[in-house]
Design a protein around this ligand. Structure first.
Ligand code: GDP
Length: 618
């Protein structure tokens, strides 16, 4: 320790006020400290001997040996006495990176030392068209879990469960439908390693089958097809396989790489084969994690229970979650008071791929959010404070839509390597030429990737898929449903509609080259009818109007219509209500209007107030 430090230390021990700068005239150095640190590491950081630190701690009433952890507050006091200003270390925030192409938890695993990685159970999600048998299959698989039944555990519905097959565990996410899957993907947390796509053999490939396949492909998650309802007399396996091949899921029997397992979820037939196929596929992809590593995972579901408080199901994806851990998910946090497995049994520890129901969060975390373990309450609060600040900032910033322009920017920075599109057209006949010409259009190493196409109006599901995949929705001769528009607004998904194919292809081509011109968007604010004309000296002619609908706005543009024909387009000179200058006049009220450079209005003319905005092309 330096002489200075020694002196300060002595003074501190004598109970004197210590101020590094005032006492020795030296600059106060700042150091970053974690929320808890061992005495040894702390001594290293402030470059003095551990013995001095221990002495100083004792002087402050803290008994600690060299290997013991001291918290930030204690360390900060000692640091101040040594001439350092301690700041809480900036934490790694799992949220900051969520929008990346590869889910953050996968990247965390990829950063682990390969030697520390162990095989973990595959996490499977079941998708498919409504009524094709997802729920029946999930129940049937759950019933194969003899171990659970034998030991008397009552299966709890916690949104996920594990079964054993050939002594190996498989985790199933028990939330069928894409809403959950999409929500997870939209947050970059996409939990599943494998998608089981249920297709009823009597009904074949249906719109949600195609959508689900598109989701899985966009997320680069392997698909196994469960060809369900083969017990039904009208089941047509070959026709369904043919339809699957048409959407790119070619059976391995036909030299493709999709395993298609015929099953009857209702009769519980073929389930063993399906589980076998899941293990086979998982052996081909690297399904690993470090049980000793950084603890991270996804919130599967969460609710407030009247008697138990906040109950949340967490899927551990790396590390091991333990009772007593301080967990942060979004802006919820808490120390885990109790953990239960899907049989409702109390457990102390959850390994990678295990779903657990936990108690301890202070508020209900959002399903699909990532969670992480931090070392202390202080760290949890700091993280949440930062998130809240970031959120506030984001709210005041202009929203960042997934626009063609922004996608172009992200290609240039190497973030995205493809332009993803979802295409809806009126008829199959117009879909094909559009897709063919788009597929031919890749520019440089940027590819056009049509994630999903179909006929009919643009619906909420199209927008959801676009939001989760950072894609753009293209409509050709179709409308967007009101709900889809609302969702697109909320999620900032861009919907572009066309009625001429070459305009569509031209725009995409421009987008690929980053050359989209800004668009002028006109909004009509209201209309008024001229009832009288007055002449006022100095000002000139004034039109006495009655506002028919909307409003006339002083600062907006104005056009004069006579018999529905535009006869003038320009700006207002004045807008008065009675004698007062006003900024706007609403429908049902009278007003006096003078127009710049125009006075030839007549009774019966209509004035239209409108705005024009220059908007970056989407
Ligand atoms: P989900 O909407 O995809 O979850 O479908 P459900 O699991 O609710 O199943 C829809 C209907 O199909 C129910 O009446 C089931 O009993 C029936 N079903 C499911 N699997 C089979 C099967 O393998 N064979 C037959 N015959 N019916 C089935």
């Amino acid at each position: 320790m330096s002489d200075n430090g020694q002196k300060m230390n002595e003074q501190a021990m004598n109970g004197q006020a210590v101020n590094g700068q005032a006492m020795n005239g030296q600059e106060i150095k700042t150091i970053e400290l974690p929320s808890s640190i061992t005495v040894r590491d702390f001594a290293n950081k402030i470059e003095c001997s551990p013995i001095e630190v221990i002495k100083n701690l004792m002087a402050n009433g803290v008994m600690a040996n060299i290997n013991q952890q001291i918290d930030f507050d204690t360390a900060a006091i000692v640091a101040a006495e040594m001439g350092y200003e301690a700041q809480l270390e900036t934490l790694e925030d799992v949220r900051e990176d969520e929008k990346g192409e590869i889910p953050l938890w996968r990247r965390i695993i990829a950063d682990e030392n390969p030697e520390d990685l162990d095989i973990r159970p595959p996490v499977v999600t079941i998708l498919g068209h409504v009524d094709h048998g997802k729920t029946t299959l999930l129940d049937a698989i759950r019933n194969t879990d003899v171990a659970g039944g034998e030991s008397g555990g009552i299966t709890q519905h916690i949104g996920a469960y594990q079964v054993k097959h050939n002594d190996r565990e498989i985790t199933f996410l028990d939330t069928p439908g894409h809403a959950a899957f999409t929500a997870m993907r939209a947050r970059g947390a996409q939990g599943a390693d494998i998608v089981v796509l249920v297709v009823a053999a009597d009904d074949g490939v249906m719109p949600q089958t195609r959508e689900a396949a598109a989701h899985a492909k966009a997320a680069r998650v392997p698909i196994i097809v469960a060809l369900n309802k083969i017990d039904k007399p009208n089941a047509d396996r070959d026709r369904t396989k043919q339809q699957l091949a048409e959407i790119g899921l070619i059976s391995d029997e036909w030299d493709g790489d999709t395993i298609i397992v015929p099953i009857s979820a209702k009769l519980q037939e073929g389930l063993e084969d399906l589980l076998e196929a899941i293990l086979l596929v998982s052996d081909n992809i690297d399904i690993k994690a470090n049980p000793e590593g950084k603890v991270i995972g996804t919130v599967i579901e969460a609710e407030r229970d009247r008697s138990k408080g906040v109950m949340s199901t967490l899927l551990v994806q790396n590390g091991s979650l333990e009772i007593g851990d301080m967990v942060v998910a979004g802006i919820a946090h808490g120390r885990l008071r109790a953990m239960f497995n899907h049989h409702g049994r109390n457990i102390d520890e959850a390994l990678p791929s295990a779903p657990v129901s936990v108690m301890g969060f202070n508020e209900v975390p959002q399903a699909g959010d990532l969670f992480q373990v931090v070392v202390s309450d202080r760290e949890a609060r700091a993280l949440i404070r930062r998130r809240k600040e970031a959120q506030k900032l984001a709210e005041t910033q202009p929203t960042s839509a997934v626009t063609l322009e922004q996608l172009f920017d992200s290609y240039q920075t190497g973030e995205v390597r493809e332009l993803r599109l979802i295409i809806k057209a009126d008829v199959q006949g117009s879909l094909e030429p559009i897709i063919t010409s788009l597929n031919e259009m890749s520019e440089g190493d940027i590819a056009v990737n049509v994630l999903h196409d179909g006929t009919g109006n643009i619906g909420e599901n199209d927008v959801m898929l676009a939001a989760a995949s950072r894609a753009i929705v293209i409509g050709f001769n179709v409308e967007a449903d009101a709900a889809a528009r609302r969702l697109a607004d909320a999620k900032n998904v861009s919907i572009r509609q066309y009625d001429i194919i070459y305009r569509l292809t031209e725009d995409i081509e421009k987008a690929l080259k980053g050359m989209l011109e800004p668009e002028e968007i006109e909004t009509i604010l209201g209309q008024a009818k001229i009832r009288d004309i007055f002449r006022i000296s100095k000002v000139g002619k004034i039109a006495g109007c009655y506002v028919l609908e909307g409003e006339l706005r002083r600062n907006a543009r104005i056009r004069v219509l006579r018999a529905n024909e535009e006869i003038f387009d320009g700006e207002l000179l004045s807008l008065k209500h009675h004698q007062d200058d006003v900024r706007e006049v609403k429908s049902g009220f009278e007003c006096g209007v003078a127009i710049k450079d125009f006075s030839k209005f007549e009774e019966g003319d209509v004035l239209e107030s409108y705005t024009v905005e220059l908007v970056a092309a989407v």
